[in-house]
Design a protein around this ligand. Structure first.
Ligand code: PGA
Length: 249
């Protein structure tokens, strides 16, 4: 059975003190059940937040990692460092990284491999911009991102990855994909995985939806057969909204 996952992406929000408060509150409210909850914090929060997460189903993640293993890359943070701070997950290829920091498919592929080599589970993001959807190219765009980012992994490595479909037009806009749009794309992604790695691996891959997911729409999105949870931005910044989404399962 594939895992149900709700991951919060704090982005560049929260001071260390505010982040610690939020992490502690969420830790108190998470009940160990069948949903894995991940807090993806800024780098500098990681090792402190790691110390306050005590629930078996609550995990820590980063939002990015360097595309090189170590060395003279001023300002970068490696997958190995993230792992050593206590994280189990790392978001790779968020649309904000692709757009603002010009992260290409090949750079993201390197980051995925470094994450896996350091025992981090990559949450690999993909998603089309509005113009691509309007031009009817969204399916091809997303397939391309997934293939270029992940499809040279061994079946064993691929099995350790999580995918997040995040239509760029839905991120932070208040306009979420409809349940039908999400299900359609998640099925496309799963079929694509099945074509490459076979059905058992495809069936075991968690595919999360991201983009203006909130307590009021989470249930409708998560009931789709191919939607295995969410990657949550804005609504992960308050415990009540975030837990509302976690509890939507
Ligand atoms: P949002 O962001 O929930 O604020 O739309 C999602 C994301 O960027 O991961």
């Amino acid at each position: 059975m594939r895992k149900k996952i709700v991951a919060g992406n704090w982005k560049m929000n929260k001071t260390l003190q505010d982040g610690m408060e939020l992490a502690k509150t969420i830790n108190r409210q998470v009940y160990d059940n069948n949903v894995i909850v991940v807090l993806c914090t800024p780098f500098i929060h990681l090792s402190d937040v790691a110390k306050v997460l005590s629930k078996d189903s609550l995990f820590l993640g980063a939002q990015n990692c360097a595309s090189e293993a170590s060395g003279a890359f001023t300002g970068e943070v490696s997958a190995e460092m993230i792992r050593s701070a206590g994280a189990d997950y790392v978001i790779i290829g968020h649309s904000e990284r692709r757009t603002y920091f010009k992260e290409s498919d090949s750079i993201l592929n390197k980051k995925v491999k470094l994450s896996l080599a350091n025992n981090l589970i990559p949450i690999f993001c993909c998603g089309e911009v509005l113009a691509e959807r309007q031009a009817g190219k969204h399916i091809q765009v997303v397939k391309d991102q997934v293939e270029k980012g992940l499809f040279d992994l061994s079946p064993e490595d691929f099995s350790r990855t999580v995918i997040a479909y995040e239509p760029v037009w839905a991120i932070g806009t208040g306009v979420n994909a409809t349940a039908e749009q999400a299900q359609e794309m998640h099925k496309v992604i799963r079929d694509c995985i099945a074509g490459k790695y076979g059905n058992p691996i495809a069936e075991n891959t968690s595919i999360l939806y991201g983009g203006s997911c909130k307590p009021s729409n989470a249930k409708e999105l998560f009931t789709n057969p191919d939607v295995d949870g969410g990657l949550i931005g804005g609504a992960s910044l308050t415990a009540s909204d975030f837990m509302g989404i976690v509890n939507a399962f």
